[in-house]
Design a protein around this ligand. Sequence first.
Ligand code: 13P
Ligand code: SF4
Length: 393
Amino acid sequence: MTTTTETYGVDPSPTPLALLLLGREADPASERGVECPGDLPAASDPDLVARARAAKEQLGDRVFILGHHYQRDEVIEFADVTGDSFKLARDAAARPEAEYIVFCGVHFMAESADILTTDAQQVVLPDLAAGCSMADMATAEQVAECWDALTDAGIADVTVPVSYMNSSADIKAFTGKHGGTICTSSNAKRALEWAFEQGQKVLFLPDQHLGRNTAVLEMGFSLEDCVLYNPHKPNGGLTAEQLRNAKMILWRGHCSVHGRFSLDSVNEVRERIPGVTVLVHPECKHEVVTAADMVGSTEYIIKALDAAEPGSKWAIGTELNLVRRLAKAHPDKEVVFLDRAVCFCSTMNRIDLPHLVWALESLVEGRVPNVITVDPETEKYAKAALDRMLALP
Ligand code: 13P
Ligand code: SF4
């Protein structure tokens, strides 16, 4: 494999994303799917903060609000805990006394919370259209076809699936059924080490960049050990021989936010801010991660900034809500966003204060809105894969 953007850059024609009116329209073909019923308070309502506070107070310990690091400030303000997807999954599991888990994040995270919480608890996603374009890039049918291709090539029984947390419950269930594990950006290396103890090859879903960056930069594999499986082409666009020769079979998926950072943005910021440390998320393209000084998950990025010397200069390649908060939290350091052209994660941003108020007030009134439920069969296998991740050393 050559190291060109052409080969492993952002897919120019990923699954098309419909533009939905905030919380009011439906795209049933998508993981982020369905409509948000009910009347939302107006965004201009000056009492929104007071209403959220009052509803939260009335619900007390019955509700537990989780906030992903990429959420808006107005939502994070009401979170009982904040974290990356791994930490939030664990936090949800550790709160069996809360009747309602309000998940301020995206759909796959709420599904994971439902899988890891008790049957007596209900997980609420304030806007059902808050999905993830990356999770949408791997459907159950496509992954089943891929497994057939691996079976035809004679390698399915030596291949272990490793799926990024950023995937639907169906994909997690596929992973569990085939003896694989889930990983997050903070434990991908450990998950891959475990997988290579179980088998000879890994099918890594759905983020090609996290898979490639971890295999090549942290595990000593070469780019030639990796092949890219394109679900939109017969046999993934690969010959049986290419599949047999590969160590890492990477699914052609990517994050539409992190995938936009470019090598130019790294070069430009180094010129603009001499002495800057470039710190990026492993969902960024390989050439961006290779050109950066440091790479790590959102929790890693937060800790790196906490430990940084006053006066140090940082360019951060991850979602904008988090980078803005980091800049505010560290006025003694220079913290800039890596690329001026990259913006917020639009689906994360769908959870805004009106949706949160609507969800909390509905709970106060005795209605449980937007419940995320994973069916028992899917849950059984998805939980097996998640439990394997939670048990990783
Ligand atoms: P983490 O929360 O694992 O850092 O993943 C980043 C992300 O893209 C979440 O959607
Ligand atoms: Fe999905 Fe990327 Fe948004 Fe995370 S930041 S929810 S991976 S699109």
